[in-house]
Design a protein around this ligand. Structure first.
Ligand SMILES: [Zn+2]
Ligand SMILES: [Zn+2]
Length: 353
C-alpha cells in the first residue's frame, strides 16, 4: 500500500510503500475513497500547538510517534475483515469514526472515547487516511453512508462532528430565538453555517478576515459576514445581530478571535471554542460572574454524535461543504495550500484507481 507519511516534523510528506496489512481478529481493512485535509493535520505536520507566550505543546508531549500517516476524515470501501469481525459488509462504503480511545477505561465506557486519556485517534496516533488503505481496529467504528458521495461524507468525521457538538452546546431557546456568531469561514465555519440552519437556528453572522471566504459564507446562507480587521467590527456585528451576541462559536481559536468573541457576548452569553489556532487571552476574572458569561472548549464528539449527524444530513439534505478533490500524491502540496489560506471549503485526497 502507498501512504504519505510524516517522517520528520515540518518536512514534506514522504511517499512510503509497504505491504498491505491483513486484518486480524476484530480489525477491518478499508480501501480509501476520500480523505479530508484538516487544519489539525497542519499542526500535527509541524509538530506543535501554540500555547501563547512563546510556549508550545509538542506532538511528542501529546504522544505522537513517527512515521505517521495523517488523515482523520476518511471514507473507505471495506475490502477485508478479521476472523472475529462482525456487522460490516465487504464492498460497502463507510465513514470511519476516527476518535478512538483505549476502549476500556471509564471515560471510554461512558461512551466518550474522544476524551480518553490514552487516545488512538486515526491519523494522529495511528495511521490514517493519506493512503490507499487504512486499518480500523473494529467494525463498530464504521458508519454506513448509503449512497452519499465519499468526498461529501468524509468531512463529517471531523469538521462536521466538531461543529455539530458545538451547536448542541447552545441552549435550545437561544438557538431558536437568537442569531449565532460563527468566527472563521474555513472548512469548520462553512460546515457550521449549514448545520446551524439544519438545526433550527434563526440566523448566522460570520466574522472572517478573508473576503473570498466571507463571500463563501454568504453563499452558504449567512445573514452577514464581517471583517474583524475593520475598526468598528464589534459594532457592525451588534448591528447585524440586533444586540450583543447570545452565542458565539469560534472556529479559529486564536488569542485575537477569542478576545473578540468575549467582547461580543451579551450578559448571559456563551462562547464555544473549537478552533485550535492557538494563542492566549487576558481575562478580568470578575467579569465572568458579573456578565454571567460562559466559555467552553468543544473537541470533536463521540460515535453516537457522528451517527446522529449522518442521520440528520440524510434527513435534511444539508447542502454539502464545497470540496476540491485532488490526487493522493498531492498530499504534501495540499497541506501547504491549506496552510497558505488558498482553500475554500475542504480539500479531499483521493487515491487514483
Ligand atoms: Zn480535523
Ligand atoms: Zn479510554
Amino acid at each position: 500500500m502507498i501512504s504519505y507519511e510524516i517522517q520528520a516534523f515540518g518536512t514534506p510528506l514522504v511517499r512510503a510503500e509497504r505491504p498491505t496489512p491483513t486484518p486480524q481478529t476484530h480489525e477491518v481493512l478499508l480501501q480509501v475513497q476520500a480523505a479530508g485535509v484538516c487544519h489539525t493535520d497542519i499542526h500535527t505536520w509541524h509538530g506543535w500547538y501554540d500555547l501563547g507566550g512563546g510556549k508550545r505543546l509538542t506532538m511528542g508531549d501529546r504522544g505522537v510517534t513517527l512515521p505517521l500517516t495523517l488523515g482523520h476524515e476518511i471514507v473507505g470501501k471495506l475490502v477485508a475483515t478479521g476472523a472475529d469481525s462482525k456487522g460490516a459488509e465487504i464492498g460497502r462504503n463507510y465513514l470511519v469514526y476516527p476518535w478512538l480511545g483505549c476502549g476500556t477505561c471509564k471515560v471510554c465506557r461512558r461512551g466518550q472515547e474522544q476524551l480518553c486519556p490514552t487516545p488512538r485517534f486515526l491519523g494522529i496516533f495511528r495511521a490514517g487516511g493519506y493512503s490507499d488503505h487504512v486499518m480500523v481496529p473494529d467494525a463498530k467504528y464504521l458508519i454506513d453512508i448509503g449512497d452519499m458521495p465519499p468526498a461529501q461524507a468524509a468531512p463529517y468525521a471531523c469538521s462536521g462532528l466538531t461543529t455539530f457538538t458545538a451547536i448542541k452546546k447552545i441552549k435550545p431557546a437561544i438557538l431558536q430565538e437568537e442569531p449565532v456568531v460563527v468566527v472563521g469561514a474555513g472548512g469548520l465555519g462553512l460546515m457550521c453555517i449549514g448545520l446551524l440552519k439544519a438545526m433550527g437556528s434563526v440566523g448566522v453572522v460570520v466574522v472572517e478576515t478573508n473576503a473570498e471566504r466571507r463571500a463563501a459564507a454568504i453563499a452558504a446562507g449567512a445573514m452577514a459576514a464581517i471583517d474583524p480587521a475593520a475598526p468598528n467590527a464589534v459594532a457592525q456585528c451588534k448591528t447585524a445581530l440586533g444586540s450583543a451576541a447570545w452565542a458565539v462559536i469560534d472556529c479559529v481559536g486564536s488569542g485575537q478571535t477569542v478576545q473578540l468573541s468575549l467582547d461580543l457576548l451579551i450578559k448571559g452569553g456563551q462562547l464555544i471554542v473549537v478552533g485550535l489556532f492557538g494563542g492566549e487571552i487576558t481575562l478580568p476574572t470578575a467579569t465572568l460572574p458579573m456578565r454571567a458569561i460562559s466559555m467552553e472548549g468543544s473537541y470533536v464528539g463521540n460515535i453516537a454524535d457522528l451517527r446522529e449527524l449522518i442521520a440528520l444530513v440524510n434527513a435534511q439534505k444539508i447542502q454539502p461543504l464545497p470540496t476540491q478533490c485532488c490526487d493522493l500524491h498531492q498530499a504534501s502540496s495540499a497541506l501547504q495550500d491549506l496552510e497558505m489560506g488558498k482553500v475554500i471549503g475542504r480539500l479531499i485526497l483521493q487515491p487514483s484507481a
